[in-house]
Design a protein around this ligand. Structure first.
Ligand SMILES: Cc1cc2nc3c(=O)[nH]c(=O)nc-3n(C[C@H](O)[C@H](O)[C@H](O)COP(=O)(O)O)c2cc1C
Length: 308
């Protein structure tokens, strides 16, 4: 009987090494604990927690979620427990599970992002920061920073100066040329770029003629956005030298592999968690199986291997 050689799944995001490229996307996996009875958290490359702000936020009025064909619209509005609540009530659990934790941060001003970064830098068990400059569901901050290259660069460099943790910047797809924003955040000193956040969309109830979301518009996610996200990952991977993390409609190992072939060093699984909480582990197993079947010994051989 032949000896099966396990493929090497390790990838690096700047100085941060992951045991495999499969992470859970912010806002779709709570603070990890909610999914722990269904997923072996320790197997994941990292858990990216729900975005946190300095103070707790209540988010938008309901209805905040609408199912669409091939995806969902959400206008949660960044409801979260705030910095103190996260550190005291949420982080200890994940620290115990020994899974790397990436904290997704958001703010109304550059200074709020910087203060959060500085505070999180000293907290044990935080492996990296993901700066969310791409939320379409809030009035201040959020996507306003992610669609203006100067603001995107300024937030990134502000955070970079105030912490030593690896800094990932999460971009919005709601722009004309994603490479302009990507280059701006690289100039600001980020270690990696994750993309995409949700695409701005809306849904209408034809009987009441009212918007289905109280917020009127929301962020579209799920399989519907995968081709857009894949295209942007491919464009950005060619335009910058920092690692790119692919997000958008990843539901199967094949989806994840597509993103890696397009140039993603790692991937995040979002909306698919709501349908099948065990999907990240299945994707991880599927990547390993694919590598074995193709006779590849390392996931590195996949990254950016697109043939044109
Ligand atoms: C309900 C919900 C909440 C989200 N909350 C956040 C958040 O707090 N911070 C963030 O950066 N992205 C947030 N996102 C965006 C996801 O992390 C992800 O970028 C997006 O859903 C696209 O991936 P998907 O198609 O796999 O879901 C949220 C998405 C959903 C559906």
């Amino acid at each position: 009987m032949g000896i099966e050689i396990l493929p090497d799944l390790r990838v690096s995001i700047g100085s941060f090494q992951l045991k495999n490229p499969v992470m859970t996307a912010s806002g779709t996996f709570g603070y990890g604990e909610e999914f722990a009875s269904l997923v072996d958290l320790h197997r994941l490359g990292a858990v990216i927690v729900k975005g946190i702000s300095h103070e707790p936020r209540a988010g938008n009025m309901p209805p905040r979620i609408v199912e669409t064909s091939c995806g969902m619209l959400n206008a949660i509005g960044l409801e979260n427990v705030g910095f103190e609540g996260f550190v005291k009530e949420k982080l200890p659990y994940l620290r115990n599970k020994k899974v790397p934790v990436i904290v997704n941060i958001l703010g109304d001003s550059i200074e709020e992002y910087c203060i959060l970064a500085e505070k999180l830098n000293d907290i044990e068990g935080v492996s990296a920061l993901e700066i969310n400059i791409s939320c379409p569901n809030v009035k201040k901050g959020g996507v306003a920073f992610g669609t203006d290259p100067d603001m995107a660069e300024a937030v990134t460099s502000g955070v970079r100066k105030r912490c030593t943790l690896p800094v990932i910047v999460k971009l919005s797809p709601n722009v004309t040329d994603i490479t302009v924003i990507a280059k701006a955040v690289v100039s600001g000193g980020c270690d990696a770029i994750s993309l995409v956040n949700t695409l701005l969309g809306m849904a209408i109830d034809i009987h009441t003629r009212k918007p289905k979301l109280a917020n009127i518009v929301g962020g579209l996610s799920g399989p519907a956005i995968k081709p857009v996200a894949l295209r942007m990952v491919w464009q950005v991977a060619q335009a910058v030298k920092v690692p790119v993390i692919g997000i958008g409609g990843i539901t199967t190992a094949a989806d994840a592999i597509e993103f890696m072939i397009a140039g993603a060093t790692a991937i995040q699984v979002g909306t698919a968690n709501f349908i099948n909480p065990g999907v990240s582990e299945e994707i991880l197993d599927g990547i390993a199986t694919y590598l074995n079947e193709k006779g590849l010994t390392s996931v590195q051989e996949l990254i950016g291997s697109l043939e044109i």
